[in-house]
Design a protein around this ligand. Sequence first.
Ligand code: HEC
Length: 184
Amino acid sequence: MENGRTLQSVVIAVLLGVLAVGVIRSCWQYRTVPQRTSGEKLQNNDSRSQKSSAARRESIRRELSALHSPEYLYRYIVKVIEKGSHQFDFPGGTMEGGYLSADLAPRVACYVMELGGHPCPHSYPKDAAMYFSSVCAGCHGSDGKGLHGSYPDLTRPTLLGIEKREEVLQSELSRLEHSAQGVP
Ligand code: HEC
């Protein structure tokens, strides 16, 4: 009888012990897993990326609205003269940068604009024509029309690089607008 009661109290003590360990462990987990904090963090990240996506959309819209301005065309041509162009597939190949020095590039860019019927937004010395015919006309032709498709026609209403930029920006914008839909 004595033995039976001792056994009973040992079993109860062990059960209580197991229960206590269980309670302590779950309290500990509750304290160490900061569920709410990680939720807040996620929300912060989301709103940060929403903000940067909104900023990007705004800057794309700004660039798109300037894309057909004379200043944009002028800068594009200067950039091509300085850095070259490697984005199309003309029989004449690609164009290296640096055919002209940094002070001559803007003058010739103006001349190219006027060949295509776009008044240049900057004044420039008329010797630009001479630089164009000695440096650029070998490929683009003295009229800028690109020698029957061997090279790009510099007198098109919109240059190819600007057209391509417009497509890239439009598709990035619609992707960003699409993923922003449904976000409160
Ligand atoms: C050796 C031949 C060659 C010479 C010289 C050359 N280009 Fe080019 N140019 C090309 C080729 C080829 C392309 C297209 C390259 C590509 O695939 O992106 C091109 C592209 C361009 C474009 C972009 C056209 C567009 O529709 O977007 C401009 C602007 C341009 N050239 C201006 C000039 C000017 C100005 C000069 C003189 C300083 C010049 N090029 C000299 C071969 C030449």
